[in-house]
Write a protein that binds this ligand. Sequence first.
Ligand code: PLP
Length: 410
Amino acid sequence: MPLANPHLDSLAVHAGRDDLEMLGVHALPLDLSSTNPLPDIERGGESYEAMATGGHPVPDGGFVYQRLWNPTVARFETALAQLEQAQASVAYASGMAAMTAAIIASTSFSGKRHVVAVRPLYGGTDHLLASGLLGVEVTFCAEHEVAVSVRPDTALVVLETPANPTLDLVDIAAVVAAADDVPVLVDNTFATPVLQNPITLGAAMSLHSATKYIGGHGDVVGGVIACDEETAARLRQVRAVTGGLLHPLGAYLLHRGLATLPTRMRAQQAGAVEIAAWLRSHREVEHVYFPGEDDRGLVGKQMHGPGAMITIALRGGYEAAAHLTSSVQLFTHAVSLGGVDSLIQHPAGLTHRPVAAHAKPSANLVRLSIGLESPEDLMADLDSALSVAPAPAARATESEARADLSPEFA
Ligand code: PLP
């Protein structure tokens, strides 16, 4: 970027494209090579060794092999790091691959095996941590319990803000202070770099399921972590060795998605603000979860806006949730979020199915991802699907509905 202090909107369009003019191209080049010609054994070998230990390719050493380095992925990483105001970023095959790499890197390089996790979290993250699959001990806690949960063997504090699915806000700077010298990872998926930059608040890592807003069109799965260069080297080493790399076609789509991210985010957020206000007075809606009512003023302080996710608690319990999700016409009943089209899903039954019963979201919650459709059309769709809600007598109680959910994970 030629400008000294570009606006986020300009960065989103131009970041990571510095070499395009030299290459004589206008659109992002897509390099799909799985392997690369080697200059000679010695220089190729040096490059291999540098990248397998988390470094960059050496001059004239070549990229060697896609699992170690790919220019299309590297361009996306440069751009994302700039949007996050971080030194670097490292991209993965999915958000969960990124989270796995962050936990492996934090524990193995520190020699510590304990992780503190602030609930609520995305169900997949909760499941990964609770499953013991990575051989770490986890203390789940609330935001105010971080300081007492951190131990001498704690390698990492994990939090999500806004959190999936109740959109709870966590004060990033306060958790960083409470964690003392333990690195803090913030899942920034719901806020995106447009609304929140955790690195500037002291977090060590800002993680995205890039599958969501960064891609924005529901056609790519990816993950990325913004951080400092030292952490990035560790994360790249884990990626090179374990193989959770982002495919270059995914990186191409994600990089292209960045250009419209600020505009999409602002438009989707504007629709969500309107829809959340309307839902607050809907007779079938018991409560609307939408960032903004936090008395700590975190929207405005650490976040530039509330985002475009809304969760509603329905008076009619699980039955009403089941009815709503299968009655909408313009919303698609599907997991995932952050795309240009609106999605609706039931967290307790789907995205948070693996979460322990006592921490599972209520059965009457439904999560909405607001897209770019007209807010009026989305409200009309919700209204007609909510208006034909089942009669109270037919409604299951919340505890009955919860007992029915996910017996294999209970
Ligand atoms: N973090 C959050 C907040 C999510 O919502 C998700 C997926 O829904 C993930 C992480 C995992 O990302 P992925 O599905 O790309 O592996």
